[in-house]
Design a binder for this molecule. Structure first.
Ligand SMILES: Cc1cc2nc3c(=O)[nH]c(=O)nc-3n(C[C@H](O)[C@H](O)[C@H](O)COP(=O)(O)O)c2cc1C
Length: 156
């Protein structure tokens, strides 16, 4: 089983989750950062995992474009979709609004992995906004190992 994980990440949380998946998937996986390559081709893989994160309610444009460009191919693969975000109450809504319905219906695994606020990696504007909106003053990590474990189980 040849697996590809494609992701996009602003401050490293989705990247960390992609690496965690790669480490536990039987047979490993090729990990592709869509920010670094526009030529990610899912055709040669048996399974494809797509992961992105939410900023101001939206997933990265690169993830949207990848899903749209490879829709037919993705519908023929074993598919997993995961999201990183911090607003727990909005998480499912954000997942549903940001991954296309046909892909959600087809996916064997859907994961909401939680998120992180890494103030060290944010620029001044993002740091100021996030501190104000969240009320948090220190970096925090809320990645759910349980959600990742279940995702891998569901994908089997
Ligand atoms: C500027 C900014 C806006 C954000 N907006 C949202 C949001 O609308 N909803 C949400 O659930 N999380 C939001 N988050 C939290 C991110 O989804 C969370 O930090 C996630 O772990 C980011 O993953 P990444 O580092 O891989 O991009 C926001 C974070 C930042 C920095």
């Amino acid at each position: 089983m040849k697996t590809m994980i494609v992701y996009q990440s602003m401050h490293g949380c989705t990247e960390k989750c992609a690496a965690k998946l790669q480490a536990v998937l039987p047979g490993g996986a090729d990990v592709v950062n869509l920010k670094e390559t526009k030529k990610a081709d899912p055709q040669q893989y048996d399974a494809v995992i797509i992961g992105g994160s939410i900023h101001a309610g939206r997933i990265q444009g690169g993830i949207k474009r990848f899903c749209a460009a490879h829709r037919e191919t993705l519908l023929e693969k074993k598919l997993g979709l995961f999201l990183c975000c911090m607003e727990e109450e909005q998480a499912q809504k954000q997942f549903d609004e940001n991954f296309p319905e046909p892909l959600r219906k087809h996916a064997k695994a859907q994961g909401i992995f939680g998120g992180e606020f890494d103030f060290e990696r944010m620029n001044f504007i993002a740091r100021t906004i996030v501190k104000k909106v969240s009320g948090m003053t220190e970096s925090v990590s809320k990645i759910s190992e349980e959600a990742i474990r279940k995702f891998v189980e569901d994908l089997k």
